[in-house]
Ligand binder design. Structure first.
Ligand code: SF4
Length: 164
């Protein structure tokens, strides 16, 4: 599997999760392609234009003229969400689509939402390249990384696989 935004997120969340997903042990809903189609359709409808965007490997929540917005259910791992969004911004940039990033953390039973803005800079583009290489190395290694044994494991889709 080639590196994508989900793997970038998992790399920060848990190396084992990144490895398992990267080796196609997929325990989650993987509807990236469906979402891409939907977002592109919405953007075209909003613009009234017929711009074709070929976006591979990328999952988008909302694309406006200024921002690519990702909506997250929890702010438990802001760093993972930040690098995932930066990854998407970088892929969009290679397609000629330059946007800033906006992360919305919308938690259940809370009325206010937390918003974090991100921007692609030369520095974080270089850092992304380095992370992409590290992820490729990780998912090609023979040994599965050890379990984290952390409280976040209880909310992870791989919990049963790792502990039961
Ligand atoms: S359950 Fe824990 S160790 Fe296993 S993949 Fe998830 S976060 Fe990683």
């Amino acid at each position: 599997m080639s590196v994508n935004g989900t793997l970038m997120n998992y790399y920060f969340h848990c190396k084992r999760q990144c490895y398992l997903h990267g080796n196609r042990l997929n325990l989650e809903d993987n509807s990236e392609q469906v979402k891409i189609g939907k977002v592109i359709h919405e953007e075209k409808a909003a613009d009234g234009k017929n711009t074709e965007l070929a976006i591979d490997n990328i999952r988008l929540d909302k694309l406006t003229k200024e921002y690519l917005t990702e909506i997250k259910k929890s702010d438990a791992d802001v760093e993972a969400a930040r690098w995932q969004l930066l990854y998407y911004l970088k892929v969009l940039k290679t397609k000629g689509v330059i946007r800033k990033g906006r992360l919305e953390f919308v938690e259940k039973n809370k009325t206010d939402k937390k918003i974090v803005y991100v921007e692609l800079t030369e520095d974080n583009e270089r850092q992304l390249e380095a992370y992409i290489k590290e992820i490729e190395e990780l998912i090609h290694q023979e040994k599965v990384p050890e379990c984290l044994n952390k409280s976040k494991c209880k909310k992870c889709a791989y919990y049963e696989y790792c502990y039961i």
